[in-house]
Design a binder for this molecule. Structure first.
Ligand SMILES: [Zn+2]
Ligand SMILES: [Zn+2]
Length: 318
């Protein structure tokens, strides 16, 4: 069984996690309560292509010691490559973002149909109603199919279901018409948010390709990169993306990408951010959610005794 990276330590912020509104197993309220219990001062819930969970929390006016930063994780493409962008500090009621999400829901439903078809052709006895129930109102994604495959005995675990039936290469999903990188960044900016390239390690990019992608991201309006994604982010990888962020004047972000409680993933538990970069919560757009106290706590934990990079100073002085 996978265990927690010994370099992971409690952090006062977590800017990437998932609730039952997408493919997580805890409700938005349970996530916020768990973050509070873990000592997280600032939490962004960033469900895939939906703000339903964040909206439910904002509408309920439910409060704990943890401050909620409204977020999302948008699926998009850059050429043939599927990318995830985290949007932080978004207005969940923004109309243009709403239209963007409607398109994504339609795309996700068609993709779910196609996954069901492909699995049935492999003689797996799945019903749409089971998949719908597993998704609990969210558009079904691969992890929901994986949970149903475990339930019906076709796999022993979610990871085995992925390995056998759902991993890239096992399904034909190459033609899914996700929105472009440009339109996803525009949807985040239009809703008042900051666009962050999520988990760059997942895209297996060479240095040249990474720089080219990030330059396109910056010219579309992207402003930050997630240099830490989860407790098991390797240190050399963190250093790589931190240097790249510095080179391109990008802010840095970090989060657990928490989906479910496990021995290797926890809210607010991952390696500390390197000292040389400016954190995304210093962006003026996020000041509304990051009050002085939270900002002080967050910075105190992650950035004790170190200098700041030039990019944030320039931004703050602008
Ligand atoms: Zn992602
Ligand atoms: Zn995620």
């Amino acid at each position: 069984m996978q265990s927690m990276n010994p370099n992971a330590s409690p952090q006062r912020f977590d800017l990437h996690c998932h609730s039952t509104a997408s493919d997580g197993v805890l409700s938005p309220q349970e996530i916020l309560e768990r973050a509070d219990a873990q000592g997280v001062a600032l939490l962004a819930i960033t469900d895939h292509d939906t703000v339903a969970g964040v909206r439910a929390l904002l509408d309920a006016d439910f409060a704990v010691g943890t401050a909620l930063l409204p977020g999302i994780e948008l699926t998009c493409t850059d050429g043939q490559r599927v990318l995830h962008l985290v949007g932080l500090g978004i207005d969940v009621d923004d109309g243009t973002l709403g239209q963007h999400l409607d398109t994504l829901i339609a795309t996700r439903m068609e993709r779910a149909d196609s996954i069901l078809d492909q699995l049935r052709k492999r003689r797996l006895p799945l019903e749409w109603s089971q998949v719908e129930a597993a998704a609990g109102g969210a558009p079904p994604g691969r992890v929901h199919f994986a949970r149903v495959l475990v339930e019906c005995g076709a796999a022993d675990s979610v990871s085995q279901a992925f390995k056998r039936y759902l991993a890239d290469g096992k399904l034909r999903l190459g033609n899914t018409p996700w929105p472009s990188l440009d339109s996803a960044v525009a949807a985040i900016i239009g809703a008042g948010g900051v666009a962050v390239l999520a988990h760059p390690r997942h895209y297996n990019l060479t240095r040249t390709r990474a720089l080219a992608l990030l330059r396109r991201f910056v010219s579309a309006g992207g402003e930050a990169i997630e240099v830490i994604s989860g407790a098991n982010s390797p240190l050399n990888d963190i250093q790589r993306w931190s240097r790249t962020a510095d080179e391109l004047g990008l802010l840095v972000s970090a989060g657990s990408d928490f989906h479910a409680p496990s021995s290797w993933c926890e809210l607010g538990k991952f390696p500390s951010l390197p000292g040389c970069n400016a954190p995304v919560w210093e962006h003026p757009k996020l000041h509304r959610w990051v009050d002085a106290e939270v900002g002080r706590l967050v910075c105190g934990a992650a950035f004790a005794d170190m200098g700041r990079s030039h990019a944030a100073d320039e931004r703050n002085n602008a």
